[in-house]
Structure formats: structure tokens, C-alpha cells
Write a protein of this length. Structure first.
Lengths: 292, 314, 526
């Protein structure tokens, strides 16, 4: 898609810059703290939770928050807080792997397309555009039905859905800088294509990639919850915030807290990621907010 | 201009072709077929075979694809296995339902978000800006299906202001129809305000730094004139592009909102079709969605010069 | 000046709130005509042609408009419906149906033998795609050789060999009850128009994806004096039945509570408690002629070990499992013969015994070394999923490494069909006779991997039961088969399924039926 950008050179306003520096550290602080809490919970959750998130206890079915069960219990008598912590582990793990996979795959493909150009580029972009024309959620749905709805199937499906975005950004960056002089000089100096790519092109991709990757963490967590909500996420009884929300639906009026807490977790995590992402973007290059 | 359109259509064809082939193959790779699902546990080999035959499922894939594709070229998308209705009219009517909600939501949210974003940029780092950006970031972080659930809980169940039963078409009962779509539109509206406001603000910030804005100020133009004449026009462009992207993506992601509010829209149709292994319907839906996506992007790019005359379609 | 844009924004917010508030004031009550019965269905029907392109929802609607020669009574036994009496020849090859007189179609025409022959010839034509054609055209070994009119009110069916289940099959809802429809139901070009049947209701309007509206058949005469399933008194007592398509359960429930729906059927078990407390709603339950079970794949290397299977059977606390999964509505039943079947006796009550010690002992004897065992379930059927979760926990307690794999229904069905699983929580559909219940699990696994039990003796016993007309003898055969299931554990039946229906208190005479679909005759509204 052609995204025309403004062509004039911006003039930095010093006063504004100083003020935004102060503000962006607030963003980074709040966002960073939230992310820290979530990741800490995720890591701790691998070894310890207040109760066993899978342990069924019919005597304690559907109890509201109390001193014993801080956030209440679900329809099997399982402790909600423990399940939320275990869910954090799941979300962090899935999003980290998905982002890594997408970034690696997308970068390789994007660099290939941008560097080599010609028919390779056209074919690659045809496929990328086809993938983008697929509603992401539904691509994941179809893939999951084939591959099987487990953690790794979801990681694969979501990576496939998000690689095109990475490819586009990387290719765009590659295209915009390959014209620049130091690339030419690198070639003239006799460096191989690969060397040029690794040493000159890639470092320039890091900034836009970081911004994109930060957003992607949020997208993946959201996508996994949406998939679970529709019935195709990480299968229960292993808890994820998404499938906890989905299981809570029949009890919306009986036990509303079951729907509120997981949603709150997702929202807070996304808030943290968005704030932190804003801070990173402001820091790396304020002119990069167009990188969607 | 005409060349531009034609060029884009030609470029879209390979995309649509790839999508068709990919969808065709993928759904047949998924375990389970429509005959099996229809018969359930009452299926014995004899009945399965005769049903599969009736559905044309035991022909080789290329034959099936060519037959389907041939029909597509005649604008016949086949017949749905699970509902017995013709696919194209079915997909179209469901699309209208989804589009109604998406377009209204994006329209209202643009009207609110774009001015708000510009204001926030104008008053960068002031209290106004903080509040607006904070709200936007908050709204962006809330998953739409959760937001929808909460709104449903509040307005329909606890307060009983709004009905819970899914949908009535405008042609049948305009007043009733309005009630049914308020909550889904509200849900999307709230979410998109967040997205669009942040974008509009970012673009406006960009423009505000530009030297011709300083120039305009130096010339003595009032703030308001500067805002209207320069900032708005120039920052709307990329925002407009994003609106296009959002529209296109929403049509796919609207499935969750449709599930929460029981709206018979395109998203829900596709998901049900996948669960029912309704091959003609899945293929028709996805081809249609991909086409809409291409058309929306085309329109967005065509209308871009309206907002930014410096850009011509090349 | 800087205030203007902000004000605009605030205006929008105020405007929105005002809009919402005003709509609250204008909110329509959604009350319909006093004698319209509004019933929820969770998907649109597929067609109105009985037995052609149908599913369970379609059958439940269509069977209000059409009737067959025979039908099921309230207990699920086959009785004459359009026929007054049925004579079976001693050799079991000839069935003579004496039709009731003065039975009117929706168009006023009187039912005659010609109509019966016309309908049946239509069903038996291969091009039509009648659901039950394979059951009658010889592909499964049984064939109707000839159907002919004897006189204006008598029809003779000749079979290729005796089949005690012939009438039971004819009356099946997925066959559309082999309904007799008038030839005007079909257009001159041969395509289906609408059902002109003999049922208590006729089709008024089918608004696709929204609702189906039925109105009473003014000329309807009931086949019986008292309400008795499909064959008793079936008077239409409302001016209209509207089947509304509401796919989402939460929505349907809210509609019931708000008063815009009168009847909900097949609710999930967890809804019972809350609805029972509601003063405006009356709840009814019925046991169904269907079960749900935990299947065990005996050809799996780990599960081929009989002692291990028996250990699993002893490790499950059936009382607690069924209690929790059905929220107190159901009772455990380890027999595939449903509790409400006339053939369910003391013999069927003997099932597996929950005994942890015994289970552990058997486990040790089996030589189980902790291999993982996967239980397949899906989330679309909540009670199945719950059963799998609880079973897994119970098996873990005994030391069996059970894991759950959640699949989507279509995928699970495919795995079931191919026998590709270790353990699976599975729902069986209603069958009107225990021989048919057993037929779903017994068979040659080479040819049909979906059968779980291929013991040659079982296959032999089943064949006998299918051909045996005497009820006592059949009873004994079923008891033997059940005994075999308990000993060999090819599957563990957990319980018979229950229907949970809810209706407004203003609805009079409605209760859940053994068929799992609503019977809306003899039902009125205050």
C-alpha cells in the first residue's frame, strides 16, 4: 500500500523535546512496572502458585473472592488467582516465541525481498499480500484445525499471521536505505552482498523492528485470547486468560467476577505494553509513529 | 486515474487467486468433512459414501477446484452445505450487517478521534493531552470482546435498557433495529477511538514540527486557521490510510463482537462455516473478504488526494 | 478558541448519553400476540421436506406438520399413527396398513392409500436423497420389495426378509417419520414447494435465518384420546407457533427472562439451578434415549491391557462425576441401554463399582508403567468436557497419567470415525431400541473403526437380538450384552443424557419429552 509521507524536514523544538523526555519516562515507568509484574508472575508461576491451578475441588465451586481464595473459584472449584498466574506464564511464553519467530522469519524474507528485488520481490510480495488479505483470526482458525489446537500450533499460526507485517516493515526499511551512499560505497569497496546486508542494512532495521515487536506482544496476547474466546485457543484445562474468559461466559450473571478478573489482566498487560511501546518509540525516533 | 484503477485491479488478481487456492486446499486438509458432520454418530459407511457422492466430495481436488472457480467467474459461488442457500446472496446479506456496524463505528469514532488527536497534539504535554492520550491508550488496551461482554452485562442484563436478542434488519423494523446495533457499535466505537486518536495525534505532532506551520504562524495566521488549513489536512492523510486498514481488518476481526452480541454478520458466518466444514461457504466468504479488503484499500488510495493534493496517484 | 474543539468532543459524549437514555425510555416491550408460542431453535432449519436435507432442529419443526404411518408414543414405543392397525403376516414378510379414515391434509384433501404409495415411491427414488433410503433399499441387507394399494384405505408392504425393527425404523425422526405428504407439496417441475401433510400445524411462513411460523390445521383429528408422544391427542391449542432462530444460549436465556421467548429446549445442565429459582419460569427435565460415555480404544497398545481398562473403570467415582457434570439432574448409568427404555431392568443397573483400592490393585497387576493416556474432549459439549476433566483428575489420583486433549468437534468426530484415539468422551444420539443402542458400539472394527467392541460373541448376540421378535428373549440377550460390556470395558457409559427445558409460567401443558425435541401440541398460553 502506498503511504505518502510528508517531505519537508522537521525542525526540532527544544522546549517540546525536553518536556516529552520527562513524559516519556513516565510512560516507560508505568508501562515497565506493569510488564515487570506480569513477567515476574509468569516466571514465578512456572514453579509456584498459591494453589494448584488444575486441582478440582467440588466443595469450593463458584465461590466469590474471600480470604481463602483471594479472587474466588471457578466452576470446578479451582483457585482463580493461581490460574491467572499460570495464565500469565502461558501468555508470556506464547507471545515471546511468536514474536521471535515472526521477527526472524519476517526479517529474512523482508531483506531478501528488499535487497534482491525483481521477480523474487514480486512473488514474495504477492504471497505476503495474500496473507494480509486473510483475516488474521481466521487464518489462525484454519491452521489450528489442521495442526491441532495446542500451544505450539497457536505459536505457529500466529507467527504466520504476523510475519507479513514484519516483512513489510523490514522490506520498506531496506528499500529506503539501499539507495544511500554508504551501501554503494560498501559495494564499491568489494564487500559481498551478505556482508553489506548484515553490517549495514540490518542495523537500520532494528529501530522500526523494535517498535513493531513491542506492539506485536500486545497483538499476540490479544489474538490468543480472542481465539480462546471463539473456542480455539490453548485448550483447557491449562489456563490462559483467554480461555478463562471463554469458560466464564455461561456464568456471567451467577459469577461475574470470573469474567472480570481475566479481562482485567489482559487489559492491564496490554496497557503496560502500549505505554512501554510508546516510550520506546518516542525514544528511538519520534518520526517513526507512522510505522503501522 | 483509470489506468491507476486498472493497474490495481490487475495487481489484485494474483492475490485473490492465491487466496482461493490456499483456502481451497487448507479447508480440505482439516480433518472431518461436511458429510461426516451432518451425519454425526449416525454415520455408517454406506450413508457416508452416498452423502459424499451427492456433495461431489469424492472427486479429485483439481476437478473440484476448477468447477468451483469456473462458477466464480460466472458470479456463482455455489450453494452452502449447511444451510442450503446460495452462497453469494447469503454472504452479501451478512456482509451488509457487519458493514453497517463497522462503518458506523469507524465513522463516529473518526469524527471524535481525529479532532481529539489534533487537540492533543496541539496541546502536547498539557493536562488535556495527558488525559486524552491516557484515555486512548486505555481504550486500546481493552479487548473488544471483554468490553462487549461488560457492556452487555451492564446495559442489557443489569439495566435492561437494551435487548439481548440478536438482530432485526432495518427494512423490517427501523426503531427496533437501532436498538440491537447500539451496543456492538458502541463497543467498536470505544476501541477505535483509542486507535485513531493515537494515530491522529502522532501525525499531527509530525506536521506541527514542519516549517511551513511555523511559517504560517509567523505570517500571523490565527491558531485556528493554522489548525484547520494545514494541520488537519496534512495529518489526515496517513490517518485516512489507517482508517482503511482498520476497516479492512475489522471485517475479519468483527467475529468476536458478533459472537458476544449474536449479530448475524459475516465474521460469525465464516466461523460457523468452518465448524460445519461447509466448503463452498468458507471459500465464498474468504474470497469475498479478500476482495473487500482489496477494494477498500483501493478506495482509500483513490481518495487520498482529496485530503492531500500534493499526492497524486502514480 | 481553544475551547471549541474540546467542546465539540464533550458534546459528542453528552449526545451519546442522551441518545442512550432516550432509547431506554422508548424501549419496546417485545410482547407478541397472546396466543403465539415463541420457541427458540439454535439454528435455522435446513428444509421443510421431511427426511431430506435435515438435522435434529429441522426434524423437530417439520414433525409438527407431517405424520407417518406409525409413530412413537411417550415412552418411545412404536404405535400406529396414520394407520389404524397394522397386520403382520406370520412369516414377517408382509405388513398390511389399514389407514384411518377421514384424515385431512392441510389442503383439505382426504388421506388415501394412493397418497401413501405416492409418498413412499418418492422416498425410494435414488435421486431424492432420502436420509433413510439405505435402510430400506437393500444396501444394508434389508429391502422393501413392493408397496401397493390393496384398496382405498389399505396399503401392503412386502419385505425381503423379516425385520422386527421395520416399524421402529419407519417412525424415526431423522426419516421424517416417513411422512405421508400430498402430491401438491411438490411443484409441477418436481421441486419441493412446502409440506402439505396431515399434522396438527401447517407452514405459514419461513423467514430464512429468522423464524419459521406455523398455524393450526383446522381439520386436524387426533389419533388418540390422551396426549401420548406422537400418537396420542395432538390438538393445536395456540394460534401460531413461531420458532425463532437464536444461536447464542446466553441471548436466548436473557430473552426468556425478559419475556420475549416462551420456551427454551436442551439447556446445559448448569442452568437448572438458577432457572428453578425464578418465579416466572417453570423447568422440566426428561431422560433421553441417548447416553454419553468414555470410549477406550482397545487396539491401542497401552489400552489393549484388560486389567488396565478395568482399573480405569474402578477408579471413577460415578456418583460424583455424574452429579457434578449434570448439576444434580442425572444419575449414573453404566449401561448403554438408556434408563427410560422399557428394556432397562435390574440387570442393567449392575455396573462398575467405584473402589480405589481395587483400582490400584488392578493397576499394579496390569503392569502399567506410567505411560501417558490422552482423553479427547471438546468444548462445544460442556458436559463432555467436564466429564473429561473430572475423569482425568480421578485417574491421576490412582496413579494413571491421564492427559486431556481438546479438539474441535469436527476434528474429534473424524478421529472417532477412524478410531484414532486412546480415550474419548463421546455423546451418542438417541436410538429408539436397545438393539440400535448396541449397534452403535458393536461391529467389525476392521471395516468400521468407529465401533468400539468387536468381540465375536457380542456380534452374534446383537444379530440375534435384531432379528428376534419376542420381547422376553430380547431382554435376556440385552442383559448378556451388557454383562459383556462391564467385563471387557470397551467403553465406560457414564449416564443417560437428560433434556432440560424451560418455559414461561404462562405456558400451559408443556414439558420436556423423551425425544429431546419439543412437542408443541396440547400446549396453550394463558
Amino acid at each position: 500500500m502506498n503511504s505518502p509521507t510528508a517531505t519537508s524536514q522537521p525542525i526540532a523544538s527544544t522546549k517540546r523535546r525536553r518536556m516529552s523526555t520527562r513524559r516519556l519516562s513516565t510512560n516507560a515507568l508505568i508501562g515497565g512496572s506493569i510488564i515487570f509484574v506480569v513477567v515476574a508472575a509468569a516466571i514465578i508461576g512456572v514453579w509456584w502458585t498459591p494453589y494448584d491451578p488444575l486441582r478440582i475441588n467440588f466443595g469450593a465451586k463458584l465461590q466469590g473472592p474471600s480470604a481463602q481464595y483471594w479472587l474466588g473459584t471457578d466452576e470446578f472449584g479451582r483457585d482463580v488467582l493461581s490460574r491467572l498466574i499460570a495464565g500469565a506464564s502461558s501468555s508470556v511464553w506464547i507471545s515471546t516465541l511468536t514474536v521471535c519467530l515472526s521477527v526472524i522469519a519476517g526479517t529474512i524474507i523482508g531483506v531478501l525481498a528488499g535487497f534482491i528485488r525483481g521477480w523474487t520481490d514480486r512473488i514474495i510480495m504477492a504471497f505476503i499480500n495474500a496473507l494480509l488479505a486473510f483475516p488474521g483470526l481466521l487464518l489462525a482458525l484454519g491452521l489450528l484445525a489442521v495442526v491441532g489446537a495446542n500451544k505450539y500450533g497457536i505459536i505457529l499460526a500466529l507467527s504466520l499471521a504476523y510475519t507479513p507485517s514484519v516483512t513489510r516493515v523490514v522490506r520498506g526499511t531496506v528499500l529506503s536505505i539501499r539507495q544511500r551512499e554508504f551501501i554503494e560505497s560498501s559495494r564499491v569497496l568489494g564487500n559481498s552482498e551478505l556482508y553489506t546486508m548484515v553490517h549495514h542494512v540490518l542495523p537500520n532495521c532494528i529501530a522500526p523492528l523494535t517498535v513493531l515487536a513491542t506492539s506485536m506482544f500486545g497483538w499476540v496476547i490479544l489474538a490468543e485470547s480472542a481465539l480462546s474466546f471463539l473456542g480455539l485457543g490453548v485448550p483447557p484445562p491449562a489456563p490462559t486468560w483467554g480461555n478463562m474468559l471463554a469458560s466464564a461466559r455461561p456464568f456471567l450473571d451467577q459469577a461475574p467476577y470470573l469474567s472480570i478478573f481475566p479481562g482485567l489482566c489482559i487489559s492491564l498487560t496490554l496497557l503496560g505494553i502500549n505505554l512501554f511501546g510508546d516510550a520506546i518509540r518516542d525514544k528511538l525516533d519520534p518520526h517513526m509513529n507512522k510505522g503501522q | 486515474m483509470v489506468r491507476f484503477i486498472l493497474n490495481r485491479i490487475v495487481m489484485a488478481i494474483p492475490t485473490l487467486l492465491i487466496v482461493s487456492v490456499a483456502v481451497f486446499m487448507m479447508i480440505r486438509l482439516i480433518p472431518g468433512d461436511p458429510a461426516q458432520l451432518l451425519l454425526g454418530d449416525l454415520a455408517d459407511p454406506v450413508e457416508l459414501e452416498s452423502l459424499r457422492q451427492a456433495m461431489g466430495l469424492n472427486q479429485p481436488w483439481p476437478t473440484q477446484f476448477i468447477a468451483w472457480f469456473n462458477n466464480v467467474l460466472h458470479l456463482d459461488l455455489g450453494r452452502s452445505i449447511s444451510t442450503g442457500q446460495d452462497v453469494l446472496p447469503l454472504v452479501w446479506s451478512r456482509f451488509l450487517v457487519s458493514a453497517q456496524i463497522v462503518v458506523l463505528a469507524v465513522l463516529f469514532s473518526s469524527l471524535v478521534a481525529v479532532p481529539a488527536g489534533i487537540i492533543a497534539a496541539w496541546r502536547q504535554n498539557s493536562a488535556t493531552d495527558l488525559v486524552l492520550v491516557g484515555t486512548a491508550t486505555l481504550l486500546v488496551s481493552i479487548p473488544t470482546f471483554w468490553l462487549g461482554l461488560l457492556l452487555l452485562l451492564l446495559f442489557a442484563i443489569k439495566l435492561s435498557w437494551l435487548p439481548v436478542v440478536g438482530y432485526v434488519s432495518f427494512s423490517e423494523d427501523a426503531k427496533g433495529a437501532l436498538l440491537y446495533i447500539i451496543l456492538p457499535i458502541l463497543t467498536l466505537f470505544l476501541h477505535e477511538i483509542g486507535v485513531l486518536m493515537r494515530m491522529a495525534r502522532a501525525n499531527a505532532l509530525e506536521v506541527l514540527r514542519l516549517d511551513y506551520v511555523t511559517h504560517a504562524r509567523a505570517k500571523g495566521l490565527s491558531e485556528r486557521m493554522v489548525l484547520m488549513r494545514h494541520v488537519f489536512k496534512n495529518s489526515f492523510g496517513p490517518t485516512w490510510t489507517l482508517i482503511g486498514l482498520v476497516l479492512g481488518n475489522l471485517l475479519g476481526g468483527i467475529a468476536v463482537v458478533e459472537t458476544v452480541f449474536t449479530i448475524p454478520g459475516l465474521g460469525r458466518l465464516l466461523i460457523d462455516a468452518i465448524f460445519a466444514r461447509d466448503y463452498p461457504l468458507i471459500q465464498g466468504c474468504l474470497l469475498f473478504t479478500a476482495t473487500i479488503y482489496v477494494v477498500v484499500n483501493l478506495l482509500v488510495d483513490l481518495l487520498y488526494p482529496v485530503f492531500d493534493p500534493r499526492v497524486t496517484t502514480e | 478558541m481553544e475551547e471549541r474543539p474540546k467542546e465539540r468532543y464533550k458534546c459528542c459524549q453528552v449526545g451519546l448519553a442522551a441518545l442512550l437514555l432516550s432509547i431506554g425510555a422508548v424501549f419496546p416491550q417485545g410482547q407478541a400476540d397472546a396466543t403465539t408460542l415463541r420457541v427458540q431453535i439454535n439454528a435455522d432449519i435446513r428444509s421443510t421436506d421431511p427426511g431430506i436435507n435435515r438435522d435434529a432442529t429441522t426434524d423437530s419443526v417439520v414433525l409438527h406438520m407431517v405424520e407417518g404411518l406409525v409413530g412413537y408414543d411417550a415412552k418411545g414405543e412404536t404405535r400406529p399413527l396414520l394407520a389404524k392397525t397394522v397386520d403382520v403376516s406370520p412369516d414377517g414378510l408382509s405388513y398390511t396398513f389399514h389407514l384411518r379414515e377421514n384424515v385431512k391434509f392441510h389442503n383439505g384433501a382426504t388421506l388415501s392409500a394412493d397418497d401413501v404409495v405416492w409418498s413412499w415411491n418418492r422416498y425410494m427414488s435414488p435421486k431424492l436423497g432420502w436420509r433413510c433410503l439405505p435402510d430400506f433399499d437393500g444396501r444394508k441387507g434389508f429391502r422393501i420389495e413392493e408397496i401397493k394399494t390393496v384398496n382405498e384405505h389399505t396399503v401392503l408392504f412386502t419385505l425381503n426378509h423379516p425385520n422386527p425393527l421395520f416399524l421402529t425404523t419407519m417412525a424415526r425422526s431423522d426419516c421424517g417419520m416417513s411422512a405421508i405428504t400430498h402430491r401438491d407439496s411438490v411443484r409441477p417441475d418436481g421441486s419441493w414447494d412446502k409440506p402439505i401433510g396431515t399434522g396438527p400445524f401447517k407452514l405459514k411462513e419461513w423467514k430464512h435465518r429468522e423464524y419459521i411460523s406455523l398455524t393450526p390445521n383446522a381439520d386436524y383429528v387426533s389419533p388418540g384420546e390422551q396426549p401420548d408422544g406422537y400418537v396420542g391427542s395432538k390438538r393445536p391449542m395456540v394460534d401460531e407457533i413461531r420458532f425463532l432462530v437464536i444461536p447464542d444460549l446466553a441471548t436466548a436465556k436473557a430473552a426468556l427472562l425478559q419475556g420475549s421467548i416462551d420456551i427454551l429446549t436442551r439447556l446445559p445442565y448448569n442452568e437448572a439451578a438458577e432457572l428453578q429459582k425464578n418465579p416466572n419460569v417453570s423447568v422440566s427435565t426428561s431422560s433421553l434415549l441417548a447416553s454419553f460415555a468414555l470410549l477406550l480404544q482397545t487396539s491401542d497398545p497401552t489400552l489393549s491391557n484388560l486389567k488396565l481398562r478395568q482399573a480405569i473403570a474402578s477408579a471413577l467415582d460415578y456418583e460424583q462425576l455424574v452429579q457434578n457434570v449434570t448439576y444434580g439432574l442425572g444419575v449414573p448409568n453404566n449401561s448403554i441401554v438408556p434408563i427410560s427404555s422399557p428394556y432397562y431392568t435390574e440387570a442393567e443397573k449392575k455396573g462398575h463399582r467405584y473402589d480405589l483400592e481395587h483400582a490400584r490393585k488392578l493397576l499394579k497387576e496390569s503392569g502399567y508403567r506410567g505411560q501417558p493416556l490422552k482423553i479427547i474432549a471438546n468444548k462445544q459439549y460442556t458436559y463432555l468436557f467436564d466429564s473429561a476433566v473430572i475423569a482425568q483428575a480421578m485417574l491421576q489420583q490412582v496413579g494413571i497419567n491421564a492427559q486431556i486433549e481438546v479438539l474441535e468437534w469436527g476434528t474429534q468426530l473424524d478421529r472417532w470415525q477412524k478410531g484414532n484415539y486412546q480415550l474419548m468422551a463421546f455423546p451418542y444420539s438417541s436410538r429408539m431400541d436397545p438393539a440400535l443402542n448396541f449397534e452403535t458400539i458393536i461391529g467389525d472394527r476392521e471395516k468400521q473403526p468407529r465401533k468400539v467392541w468387536d468381540d465375536p460373541q457380542a456380534i452374534e448376540l446383537l444379530a440375534q437380538a435384531t432379528e428376534e421378535p419376542d420381547a422376553q428373549v430380547r431382554q435376556a440377550l440385552f442383559a448378556q450384552l451388557h454383562q459383556g460390556v462391564i467385563e471387557q470395558v470397551p467403553l465406560i457409559v457414564l449416564a443417560s443424557q437428560m433434556a432440560l427445558d424451560a418455559a414461561q409460567k404462562s405456558v400451559v401443558g408443556y414439558k420436556a419429552s423423551i425425544f429431546g425435541s419439543p412437542l408443541l401440541w396440547e400446549v396453550s398460553k394463558k
